[in-house]
Design a protein around this ligand. Structure first.
Ligand code: FES
Length: 161
């Protein structure tokens, strides 16, 4: 259950939207940040806040790649598998990540830190191959850079705990 402060904050954002549905992604992202993923409870809370049915929230949630309806690690790694990145070696990035993390695509590391997910274009096509970890975009990624990037992300997480 979300606390009163977050509830008021979300109600404020919904009130500022032209129609409540416009704030749906924002609301789902905040609830996801709170729970770690968009739990059934979060779907119910989003529906109540937005004045939508849970089915409508489910539909919106499944449409957006960055909304997770299952548990994920603390940092989700999205690897672009669209054409521009693919043509400059995107597949090698995914292969190296699988190797470095010891997981298959869609998997989460045993320490619960990283989840590896392919995704559609991240809007950074000219700088591919591209991946995104949490909110950080990485361009011109090479297999050689992967371990260093993962170490940086782990260190950043350690600083937060
Ligand atoms: S094709 Fe990869 S960022 Fe656009």
């Amino acid at each position: 259950m979300i606390h009163e402060g977050l509830k008021k904050e979300l109600q404020g954002r919904i009130a500022a939207a032209i129609i409540p549905r416009e704030a749906a992604v924002d609301v789902m992202k905040e609830l996801q940040r709170h729970y770690g993923w968009l739990t059934d409870e979060a779907v119910g809370e989003a529906a109540e806040l937005l004045g939508l049915s849970t089915l409508q929230v489910e539909e919106l949630a499944t449409f957006y790649e960055m909304i997770y309806r299952r548990p994920v690690g603390k940092r989700v790694i999205h690897v672009c598998d669209s054409i521009s990145c693919w043509s400059v070696g995107g597949e090698t990035i995914m292969t190296q990540l699988q190797k470095s993390l010891g997981v298959e695509t869609g998997g989460t590391t045993s320490d619960g830190i990283f989840t590896l997910i392919p995704c559609a274009c991240l809007g950074n096509c000219g700088e591919g191959p591209t991946m995104m970890i949490g909110d950080t975009l990485y361009g011109r990624v090479t297999p050689e850079r992967i371990d260093k990037i993962l170490a940086q992300e782990r260190a950043a997480l350690d600083c937060l705990t």
